[in-house]
Design a protein around this ligand. Sequence first.
Ligand code: PGA
Length: 251
Amino acid sequence: MRKPLIAANWKMNGDKSFNKKLLTELIQKLPTVSSAEFLVCPPFVYCESVAELLQNSQIYCGGQNLSEFNSGAYTGDVSAEMLIDVGCRYVLIGHSERRSLFGENNDIISRKILRALNQNLIPVICLGENLEQRQQGLTEKIVISQLNDALHLTENHPMLHDAVLAYEPVWAIGTGLTATPEQAQEVHAILRAEIAKYDRNWAQKIRIIYGGSVKANNAQGLFNMPDIDGFLVGGASLVAEEFLSICKVVE
Ligand code: PGA
């Protein structure tokens, strides 16, 4: 049995008072389901205060990114060790906004995964095709190559089996266009089959979550699919009621 994971990606939103209000409501009203995990990923500067607010709750804190380096002269960067130090358990890696706006390629992403695993920080490895690639029928090829490239440094890492995959079709992120449950399921099954080539047991165990305009009104249909193990939620995670309704699908 895979433990569902519902993750919030706040992106560059929030401030101290907003965060406190939102988290207080989430902590009070989240379904008490021990068989699921919840995660919020605030901007770096709020990770520590968010992790403190979440202490004794069933919600984890995660970073939205991390440095590909350990420490040293990398102005503006934040290391895996620092994320652990301030209370993070997870980290998003390779989000499409990092890839497209900040030039992160598969090499950088694979090094970031290695840094995270070395610190016992669970990576949520994001991948997905853009609209042009989907229209050209390249979805399968793209996600498989993103997956294998991302894992090439860590294939034999003892912590790799805890990693989470997030399938996020770029055309569905922040656009209001969601993949249909069938479209998402198809790609999730492809990813799981690819993982099975590394290790069959791992393929059964790995959580593959979906992201891209997940809302209260489409979450259940997606979650009903056999290979969809949860969500990575952007916009809707900033509205308590909306995010709570998405979380309720695990009940
Ligand atoms: P969205 O973002 O839910 O606003 O589409 C998802 C994401 O970028 O992770």
